[in-house]
Design a protein around this ligand. Structure first.
Ligand code: ARG
Length: 571
């Protein structure tokens, strides 16, 4: 199904081509001043050496009659303002409603997409930085999966490397019997190991020996390592469950997985002549990567002590993803500070032939979560904020809001709604801000029931459900939609914009474009509902308006679901 925007393009493109003497993009976009604004005359003016208003007028004279267009006029410096015909809108919106997928087709070109997200580190509690990755990555997986791509979720857990020496020794000191207890607070466990490592030379020496034992595959050491990893996984899975994230234990593919392939990767780089010596370490110099001083920047592949690091693991991972998993789109949902790291990994992988078209990789970076003071979010005591505590606070706060708004909800129902609202608030706050930017974490704003929040959209959905409940009607699949009132016209335009928004977000993974759209949709619905009686109208109008209500509700619910946010039917 073509989008409304595309239908407008199709009407004007032949006229533009005729005027330009060659195919020319009409440049159609939504506008404040009309349904659509067409900007294509402006870029053509330079090429043709004519006034843009002239070109726009000639375009209009060449556009044949089209059912789609009610009015098209030249405006401003040479724009064309287009009003879509009510009849055409009604036909299109009726068709969208008959479609399970709301006008969004399954992709004709399904790809294998790896979404690398969450990626916490073993024996360390997840913090808010990992929250962003989990929330954004989950939305990527949901959206691309819905569009028909084969999505492989990868949780690139930090489960290998030098810290495990001290962690294992600390576990040995505590005695395995207590490992579950002591690991319940993973950060404490990590900090205690760290403190001993710094203070106690004998412990530090044992830890270093332990790293060697781990890397050489010592069975007793591996067993202890597995205990640590398993305890961490349990803890992480519980958090994913609270969050409603798609990640399961099958998605854990941590750094340790690539261990056997690190040596071959290094050999391959050496054979390609990409490996250089640098103070005893093996490094690559990815083309175009230079520091402030203009010196080429190294990506360390093998450290001087013989160990492999984060860089080598990511090279092995990218090779695995394109060669074994046959992925053609690789997404890395990781904070912006790692941008340089990924540029170096991608460039090296291209040079080594592991990342060749059609395969491509993208770092889906994101900013920090800030506290009200504009600094990195911290707990009252000044430490890092623990994710589990943050999530339960969100649900608690949502519970009291829900209780105030609707005291008559039953206890069990209220708990479910509080969960949907609290977790939804956190996810929405994250997804509705421009991903690349930092955002300020503010409970009151996040949980407000009006404004740019999940709760507002959830309430909008619930309000529509209650129309059907009050009228004791269910959506009539065969209803014919007619558009008469300007508020119906505006709502239909929003509903028909959904496919184009989805397509844009699937490309850019900027989910704030989808949340912005949902705000516009909910706003258009509110205006419609204020102006246009639904249940009190004559039978035909009522059936048409109920159909608009139904399509709005389905579009809201589908979109929130793509964002990983659930929609209660009653609140
Ligand atoms: N464990 C890393 C961290 O906490 C994130 C891993 C991201 N994924 C990757 N393939 N490097 O910073």
């Amino acid at each position: 199904m073509t989008s409304l925007e595309q239908a407008v393009v199709d009407v004007f493109a032949p006229a533009f081509a005729a005027v330009a003497g060659t195919p020319a993009d009409p440049v159609v976009r939504r506008s404040q001043h009309a349904d659509f604004q067409i900007d294509g005359a402006l870029p053509l003016a330079r090429v043709l050496g004519r006034a843009p208003r002239d070109i726009a007028a000639e375009v209009l004279s060449r556009v044949g009659a089209a059912d789609l267009i009610a009015e098209a006029v030249v405006s401003g410096p040479g724009f064309i303002n287009v009003t879509v015909a009510d009849g055409a809108l009604a036909t299109l919106v009726t068709a969208a409603r008959a479609d399970q997928r709301l006008g969004v087709g399954v992709t004709e070109d399904p790809e294998t997409v790896v979404v690398d997200y969450s990626g916490p580190n073993v024996a360390k509690e997840m913090h808010v930085g990992h929250l962003r990755s989990t929330v954004i990555g989950d939305a990527c997986a949901r959206l691309l999966g819905w569009l028909g791509h084969r999505v492989i979720r990868v949780n690139h857990v930090g489960d290998w490397g030098t810290p495990f020496g001290m962690l294992i020794e600390h576990l040995v000191d505590l005695g395995e019997a207590v490992h579950e207890l002591s690991l319940r607070d993973l950060d404490e466990f990590y900090q205690a190991a760290r403190a001993k490592f710094d203070a106690d030379e004998a412990f530090a020496a044992r830890s270093r020996a332990r790293v060697v034992a781990l890397q050489s595959g010592d069975e007793a050491t591996l067993r202890l390592w597995r205990l640590l990893v398993a305890e961490s996984e349990r803890h992480l899975l519980a958090t994913y469950d609270t969050l409603g994230a798609l990640l399961t234990s099958a998605d854990f593919l941590g750094e340790s997985f690539y261990n056997p392939t690190l040596a071959p990767v290094v050999e391959e780089l050496a054979a390609l002549g990409l490996l250089h010596d640098s103070d005893g370490a093996k490094v690559v110099f990815p083309a175009g990567q230079v520091g402030r001083d203009g010196e080429p920047l190294p990506l360390i592949v093998r450290k001087s002590d013989g160990g492999y690091g984060y860089g080598a693991t990511d090279l092995a991972a990218i090779r695995y993803r394109t060669q074994e998993l046959k992925a053609t789109r690789l997404l890395y949902v990781v904070g912006s500070p790692q941008q340089r790291h990924f540029e170096m990994v991608f460039t090296t992988a291209r040079e080594a032939g592991w990342l060749a078209p059609p395969a491509r990789a993208a770092h889906i970076g994101f900013g920090q979560v800030l506290g009200a003071d504009g600094r990195k979010l911290a707990s009252r005591a000044g430490g890092t904020v623990k994710l589990a505590e943050l999530l339960s606070e969100a649900v608690d706060r949502a519970a009291s809001i829900v209780e105030n708004k609707n005291p008559s909800l039953g206890t069990a129902h209220r708990a479910a709604v509080a969960h949907a609202v609290g977790i939804g608030a956190i996810k929405y706050a994250d997804l509705s801000s421009d991903r690349i930017k930092d955002y300020v974490f503010a409970w009151d704003r996040m949980l407000a029931t009006t404004g740019d929040t999940a709760a507002y959209l959830q309430y909008s959905y619930v309000r529509i459900q209650s129309i059907f409940r009050r009228g004791d009607v269910s959506p009539d699949a065969s209803a014919v939609i007619t558009i008469k009132d300007p508020a119906e016209h505006a709502l239909a335009l929003e509903l028909l914009a959904f496919p184009a928004v989805v397509a844009e977000v699937a490309e850019t993974l900027q989910f704030h474009k989808l949340t912005g759209y949902l705000q516009d949709l909910a706003g258009a619905f509110t205006t419609f509902f204020d102006r246009c009686p639904v249940l009190r109208s004559d039978a035909a109008t009522r059936s048409s308006r109920l159909a608009l209500c139904d399509l709005t509700a389905r579009t809201l619910a589908r979109s929130l679901d793509l964002l990983g946010i659930s929609t209660p039917t009653q609140m």
